[in-house]
Design a protein around this ligand. Sequence first.
Ligand code: HEC
Ligand code: HEC
Ligand code: HEC
Ligand code: HEC
Length: 206
Amino acid sequence: MRWPKCVAWTLCAIIASTQLWNAAWTQENQEPALEYVDSKLCKFCHNKPHEGEQYTVWKSKGHSRAFETLFSKRAQKFADERGIQTPPSKTPECVKCHVTGYDVTTRSHPEQLTMEDGVQCGSCHGRGSAHMADGKILRMNKDADIDVLANLLRPDNNLCITCHNPESPPWNPEKFTLESGEKTGFDFEQALKIILHKNPNKARDD
Ligand code: HEC
Ligand code: HEC
Ligand code: HEC
Ligand code: HEC
């Protein structure tokens, strides 16, 4: 009676170890998950004055202060009007557009990011971890065979309006005037000019 049991255990062990091995193999061969990166790390490569000092520009505009804004009297007023009982800075329905990567369902934000930094680079350029690696290679050899756009988001109007929309309490449907004279709550071209951080030295077709 003992022998079959022993065989069963051995089989079990073999199956278990194969599964472990399979799991390890899959893990090793999968692309690592993309993560958000703290804007302060982007600063290392994107803050040269002659290249448009993107970090300093971002820091000087509203997006970097978007979390701080939630502590203002005006924020409290918006919350009161909506019958919100918690402080705006602790209210997921407010924080979701004022902090990068905030997840309303888990009520959490990426732990490597500081909430105080508000709407960071990653909100518009995406989860930057793979680009960090690309950037390092490009810094060592600027002619390296790397498609720098492959691991970055190209921000367009569709991305902006995930936050700039009527769900935002200060939404003003007549904020921008188009060339036609028509009014609109968000105009990509005009809004972009306000936050623009282009590299003045880069040759481009536009
Ligand atoms: C180790 C250096 C390095 C770091 C860190 C780095 N980058 Fe870059 N990045 C580069 C290089 C090199 C290029 C290609 C040359 C250029 O466009 O300046 C580039 C290009 C870009 C571009 C322009 C793509 C295009 O051509 O339109 C964006 C946007 C960008 N990076 C965003 C970021 C963001 C956001 C972070 C932080 C998550 C970051 N970078 C971190 C080196 C870096
Ligand atoms: C994750 C949400 C989010 C995204 C995405 C987003 N914004 Fe914003 N934006 C905000 C918030 C929140 C503020 C208000 C910040 C404050 O004043 O506290 C703001 C403010 C602004 C302002 C006023 C800035 C200032 O300094 O006065 C402009 C202009 C703007 N955004 C343009 C854009 C453009 C253009 C895009 C797309 C390329 C964009 N935003 C994408 C959330 C976002
Ligand atoms: C759908 C995304 C979104 C949500 C949700 C959101 N906001 Fe905002 N908020 C924005 C954007 C975008 C701006 C920038 C508006 C602009 O400059 O055109 C902004 C700006 C603000 C401002 C500063 C602008 C001003 O006119 O004073 C305050 C204060 C504010 N929001 C408070 C709140 C509060 C409080 C909540 C929760 C009740 C909230 N927001 C929820 C997107 C959002
Ligand atoms: C609100 C959205 C938004 C945020 C936040 C933002 N960017 Fe951008 N960024 C853009 C857009 C849109 C463009 C493309 C502009 C254009 O059409 O040339 C851009 C372009 C760039 C470029 C390319 C410049 C060039 O001329 O080649 C770099 C580099 C860059 N951003 C880095 C950053 C870094 C670093 C941060 C954070 C410190 C940041 N951006 C934050 C929207 C954003």
